[in-house]
Write a protein that binds this ligand. Sequence first.
Ligand SMILES: *[C@@H]1O[C@H](CO)[C@@H](O)[C@H](O)[C@H]1NC(C)=O
Length: 388
Amino acid sequence: MAKSFLSFLLFSILVVFYLPLSKAEYNIMSFGAKSNGHTDSTKAFLKASSSACSSSNEATIYVPSGKFLVGHVQFKGPCKSRVLIKMKGTLLAPSDYKGSGNEWIVFKNIDGLAIQGGTVDGRGQALWKCKESGKNCPHGWRSMLFDHSKNIKIEDLTSVNSKQFHIVIHSTQRVMLRKVTIIAPDESPNTDGISIQKSSDVTVLDANIKTGDDCISMSGGTRNVWAERISCGPGHGIGIGSIGKSYNEKGVQNITVKDTVFTGSDNGLRIKAWGRPTTTYVRGVVFENSIMKNVKNPIIINQNYCPHSKNCPNKHSGVTISDISYNNIQGSSKSSVAVKFDCSPANPCKGISLKNIKLTYHGGLAKSSCKYARGKSYGNVNPKSCPT
Ligand SMILES: *[C@@H]1O[C@H](CO)[C@@H](O)[C@H](O)[C@H]1NC(C)=O
């Protein structure tokens, strides 16, 4: 009796431990990839991807140490089972910007994908130079796009020097980004860190972002975002917008951004809405526990966005901005106005709540500026006086 129980136990242990090991693994080297940084490994990457995607067991694509030159790749689902991309090495984009299209690495129609570790290097330097020179240059590739996908988990990934945006989440649900590092120079144009568009249930934890444009941006149709323990700067801050460029754009709601540190960034916590007619909205936003270090606009809502004053009839914004709370925001402002609510007379911002705010300017008091912002202050709020 005891003996047969023992063998049953052993058998169970075998099943439990052996089965997960039987998952398929596809090393890109065995599809012909070279780790020397200059042999084109695009085909190897694509072959490994399509093998993984058609595997009926959970499959792993393995990118070992080394540098792999990879051109535009599209990883297209649906796949037969979950796919894991395990990376030790670096994927290098071509250093020129002649490739067509707007994306480098695309994941489309994928349900169930994890990316662990590794670096993607967009090598944007030549394109940024072109853009700085004022010449007519292409937009350039966004490094990674997750499009019409679900259940995506990205961990310990580093993205450097993208030609354009680093990571774009578009029309995608249930995304977790953990310990992602994004690095590009302060002056690199359009190198947004994480851009969340028309997506929902996106969690960003422990991100470290230094870049030339927004660290994290959320645009129309985005819901249920939780961003926590984010360091941003240099960069343009964490923001919602631009919202309301088109009339029927979907709104943004239920956004939490907490435990953030902004260092030398242009903005801290920003909402930016077009001064155009639209039915869209931004509502239910919580900004909590932020430290500002020499930030130009620590707290800002601009509801009158209209670059070059073009295409904004009457400049009245139709974007409804409501239930926005700022709780425990401290530190230093680089400009004298640390809190700025510039809302529309035709459609004032509502339900703005400020609690425990302490922002200084050159060691002294900073100022606030409020136009058409309705709401309340609680606890100690410095600078004072708005909203009302
Ligand atoms: C708001 O978003 C959070 C995730 O950030 C989610 O857990 C929560 O259920 C959402 N609330 C509603 C009412 O959808």
